[in-house]
Design a protein around this ligand. Structure first.
Ligand code: UT7
Length: 322
């Protein structure tokens, strides 16, 4: 039987760091409010000419190096993003070109903050069914382009960045299970109203930016993440105490703490990057994973739980032996 396993991780953050204090001159807010309500201290913001595929490429190269493979080994590229460089081709194809890889499937996955879980789920299925043996799975976002810098309810929450893994075929798991879910009835609670088929409209400029009913999203996120964790634990016949590390989507420290409490995990066993990165949507889990692998916290053989919740609503989880 074939499984998939994480062979290497990589991350990339833009050079420019934006502190909470900088928002105090843009909107009516304070460093204290942002820290207390979200846990965020700073975030990285892409340069004007820096795109999602640029950041994805940098993270992918680092993951390839860490995995000890070469670009010629890669036979699948799945890139999770809601902020692609272009309408088409996909940002995955742009990364493929830069890596000088030809012929393998390359496509984007659009599932907002749950995008990386969806991409992992898809790549794992490719590998388990023999359709690929060495996949690049990337989450990359440039949310600074879809932020309304006048809306204090959303502008302080997001950051830019990319994270990547190399997922390889293996005789041993690897990925025990991945779970992807959605319920479109909540579409308007967190959305960017403007799109391609609805038409561009310069008069409704705010429609090009993130709009969120933060409180309602918060409540739904906490409940749903609890349920998905239970589903993952029960589905694999393990117990909460077997989990070595929770690597959650990084939207809000209060949401992360609530998830950890339900899992009876001390915060020392939770990878937190929201303070430094803010919410990087589909990049947040692979970025957090890369940070904790590189600083030596996450070690080979340990059991990891990934979980995410985002616009759609979408949500998902994965149980992973690193
Ligand atoms: O990643 C995808 C999923 N996204 C999420 O999971 C985000 C979920 N939501 C959240 O993280 C939180 O709801 C927020 C951080 C967005 C907001 O925190 P909250 O504790 O839910 O605050 P709230 O929306 O209930 O607002 C409380 C007050 C309001 O003022 P009034 O009406 O009580 O006078 C807001 O206007 O805080 C005000 N407020 C702010 N004040 C200072 C909202 N944003 C700010 C701000 N600075 N940046």
């Amino acid at each position: 039987m074939t499984f998939s396993r994480i062979a290497g991780t990589g991350g990339y953050l833009p050079e420019r760091v934006m502190t909470n204090e900088e928002f105090e001159s843009l909107v009516e807010t304070s460093d204290e409010w942002i820290r207390e309500r979200t846990g965020i201290k700073r975030r990285h913001v892409a340069a004007e000419d820096e795109t999602t595929s640029d950041m994805a490429l940098a993270a992918a190269r680092r993951a390839i190096d860490a995995a000890g493979v070469t670009t010629s080994d890669v036979d699948l590229i799945v890139l999770a993003t809601t902020t692609p460089d272009k309408v088409f081709p996909s940002s995955a194809c742009l990364v493929q070109r830069q890596l000088d890889i030809h012929d393998c499937p390359a496509f984007d996955v659009h599932a907002a903050c749950s995008g990386f879980i969806y991409a992992l789920d898809i790549a794992d299925r490719f590998i388990r069914t023999g359709g690929a043996a060495c996949a690049l799975v990337i989450g990359a976002e440039t949310y600074s382009r879809i932020i309304d810098w006048n809306d204090r309810g959303t502008c302080v929450l997001f950051g830019d960045g990319a994270g990547a893994i190399v997922l390889q075929a293996s005789d041993e798991p690897g990925i025990y299970s991945a779970h992807s879910h959605a319920d479109g009835q909540f579409a308007e609670l967190l959305h960017v109203p403007q799109g391609i088929s609805t038409g561009y409209d310069v008069v409704r400029a705010e429609a090009a930016f993130i709009q969120m009913k933060g409180n309602e999203v918060f409540r739904k996120a906490v409940g749903t993440l609890g349920a998905i964790a239970r589903e993952t634990i029960a589905g694999n016949g393990i117990e909460k105490k077997d989990i070595n590390w929770l690597v959650p989507h990084q939207a809000n420290l209060r949401i992360i703490k609530a998830a950890a409490k339900k899992l009876e995990l001390p915060m020392e066993r939770v990878v937190v990057t929201v303070d430094e990165h803010a919410n990087t949507s589909s990049a947040s889990i692979p970025l957090a994973l890369d940070v904790a692998v590189r600083d030596g916290r996450i070690k080979r053989g340990e059991l990891l739980l990934f979980e995410a919740f985002g616009a759609g609503f979408t949500w998902g989880s994965a149980l992973v032996r690193y």
